[in-house]
Write a protein that binds this ligand. Structure first.
Ligand code: FAD
Length: 347
């Protein structure tokens, strides 16, 4: 019997798989690894960055492996930083709030991002001027090729904008043979009172003032500002199916950005980690696609970067609309937007 995945992806697309295996203890991994060694597989987290294409008649012909590994463990402190190991099946936002409640700072700008701790290093989740890789000390994974545990210190994780070694390797071979299953992530976090707040991103300082916070804010106060901004800007996936930003902000050369900005007054250009990025949301809105609806899929009327499922959208509706956006932006600005979620199976 095909297993339904509709409640396991935040876009709420009807999708099915042949088999679903939940890993509840890392001692199970050697046996699971041997059992699926010759089978196609896919690693499923909280389904908040996926577009799943399959039907009940033609389910994904693979084993979905999902982490239900739980627990947060304190490691010996080093150089004034508290160190934590968090299991991959923990909910990301709950973990962020746990760190803040325990007087630790560093993850506050990443509050309210959906998904699991295990998926956070995959695309190096980022928001409000912080990327998770900046707080990660090591990533623990199971290697489906060598059938063994492996640890990656942060220097070898190749964290970049929406990028990591895990994404590179897991996506570079056949899409249905990902190699590394993340089991836990180690973080190094400063005490809240010694955390330098990162407030450079548009809107945080203003929201803190509206909330009556006096400067400098504590990490928990920054988290509350971020949560309030996110609730205002992004649809709640429990109410309207979505995967957050559907496209990455294009990384371009400084010259290209300057030339485009001179032809398009108001074009937002960001400089972060030695990269120049353009606002994909602005490009989509300026290409006239904000609020456009195709079938049961729509571009949010509030946030042009978010595609929503109005209720009964199919993967075809969503991907058709995404393609139309890519063409509209290409025609207007000469740039091809790259989707952020993983499309399964790829098109
Ligand atoms: C409303 C909304 C807002 C969002 N905002 C942001 C944002 O601000 N910044 C941002 O970066 N992202 C954002 N996202 C995207 C998404 O939340 C993140 O990418 C998140 O990390 C995905 O986690 P997940 O557990 O749902 O992973 P899934 O969507 O299930 O999987 C994503 C990828 O990770 C892989 N994966 C999952 N778990 C593991 C594991 N244990 N080991 C190996 N591979 C694994 C999957 O195979 C897949 O390739 C948003 C999404 C939504 C719906």
């Amino acid at each position: 019997m095909p297993i339904p995945l509709q409640s396991l992806n935040t876009l709420g697309l009807a999708a099915w798989t042949d088999e679903l295996v939940r890993v509840t203890g890392s001692t199970q991994l050697p046996a699971i690894s041997q059992a699926i060694t010759n089978k196609d597989r896919f690693i499923l987290g909280g389904g908040s960055n996926l577009v799943l294409q399959s039907s009940q008649d033609a389910p994904l012909a693979l084993v979905c492996v999902q982490s239900s590994l739980k627990g947060i463990v304190r490691l010996p402190a080093r150089e004034g930083l508290s160190r934590l190991r968090c299991a991959s099946g923990e909910n990301w936002h709950d973990f962020v709030m746990w760190t803040l409640a325990h007087g630790l700072g560093g993850l506050e700008n990443l509050a309210l991002i959906p998904g699991t701790v295990g998926a956070a290093p995959i695309q190096n989740i980022g928001a409000y001027g912080v990327e998770v890789g900046e707080r990660i000390e090591a990533v623990h994974a199971w290697d489906f090729e060598r059938h063994d545990h492996v640890v990656f210190p942060t220097e070898s994780c190749q964290f970049g904008y929406r990028h990591s070694l895990f994404k590179e390797i897991n996506f570079q071979g056949p899409w249905n043979r990902p190699r590394f299953f993340i089991t836990a992530v180690d973080f190094a976090l400063a005490p809240a009172t010694k955390t330098q707040p990162i407030l450079s991103y548009k809107g945080i300082t203003e929201r803190l003032a509206e909330l009556g916070v006096t400067q400098p804010p504590l990490p928990m106060q920054v988290a509350h500002a971020v949560i309030s901004l996110r609730k205002e800007k992004l649809p709640d996936p429990n109410e309207v199916g979505n995967v957050g930003s559907f496209f990455k902000n294009p990384v371009v050369s400084e010259e290209f950005a300057k030339a485009l900005a001179s032809q398009n007054p108001g074009l937002p250009v960001f400089h972060q980690n030695n990269q120049t990025k353009l606002s994909a949301g602005w490009l989509i809105e300026s290409a006239g696609m904000k609020g456009v609806q195709r079938g049961e899929a729509a571009v949010s009327a509030d946030h042009a970067l978010v595609l929503t499922n109005l209720g009964a959208a199919t993967a075809r509706d969503v991907l058709g609309l995404a393609h139309e956006i890519q063409e509209a932006v290409m025609a207007r600005f000469g740039l091809w937007l790259e989707p952020e979620p993983q499309i399964i199976p790829p098109i």
